[in-house]
Write a protein that binds this ligand. Structure first.
Ligand SMILES: C[S@@+](CC[C@H](N)C(=O)[O-])C[C@H]1O[C@@H](n2cnc3c(N)ncnc32)[C@H](O)[C@@H]1O
Length: 184
């Protein structure tokens, strides 16, 4: 990650009291405008059922158009993601990565669900960018995407959300987003 992107991120205890785990740049420097994380999870269209998975689940991200991403790596959310991921294969190709459900994701960017919310003391240094994976996205790279559709037969493209640095972020700094804003 250091050689390719110029920085390394890691999940560890947040610099904010009682905020649990956060995501830090631990080596190098993420330059302004870099993709520093991806928001993993199961993608639910606005009309798809998420009620039971959403109970006491702080990891549900709501896109501007109502699409939901369940980034919880535990309990029922984890079972649903694994099940959908195993379902969606194309011959030898896996179309998604489920290693983000473990402490050691194959794609080290897939930790965006652990980024904490900004506060008066800690301004946001990353923002969310939503995008739809285009049809021409290389098949052999899909195995690194940490998102999967809840329903296989939805005609919509796969939604992904990345976190982009709003300024240079150096090693030792925690990432903070604003849970209530989205950049289009
Ligand atoms: C999406 S999770 C982020 C990961 C979380 N810190 C954890 O350890 O699982 C959102 C939850 O993190 C905590 N959190 C996020 N930002 C916070 C903040 N600024 N102050 C206190 N708690 C925060 C809240 O419990 C919130 O429901």
């Amino acid at each position: 990650m250091l050689n390719t992107l110029g920085f390394v991120t890691e999940r560890k205890c947040s610099s904010l009291q009682l905020a649990g785990t956060g995501v830090f740049v631990v080596r190098g420097r993420a330059q302004k405008g870099s993709v520093v994380a991806m928001y993993p999870g199961t993608i639910y269209q606005a009309d798809e059922p998420i009620f039971f998975q959403s109970i006491r689940n702080p990891f549900v991200f709501r896109c501007i158009d109502g699409i939901l991403i369940d980034g919880n790596d535990k309990a029922m959310s984890k079972i649903v993601f694994r099940s959908c991921s195993r379902r969606d294969r194309l011959g030898p190709f896996s179309l998604s990565d489920s290693s983000w459900l473990t402490p050691h994701p194959v794609n080290p960017l897939a930790v965006g669900q652990y980024v904490n919310n900004c506060s008066n003391e800690k301004a946001a240094n990353v923002c969310y960018q939503e995008y739809d994976v285009p049809d021409g996205f290389p098949l052999e790279l899909r195995q690194f995407l940490p998102n999967v559709k809840y329903r296989a037969d939805t005609q919509r493209p796969l939604r992904c959300v990345v976190l982009v640095s709003l300024r240079d972020i150096t090693h030792g700094e925690e990432l903070f987003s604003n849970y209530y804003t989205i950049v289009h």
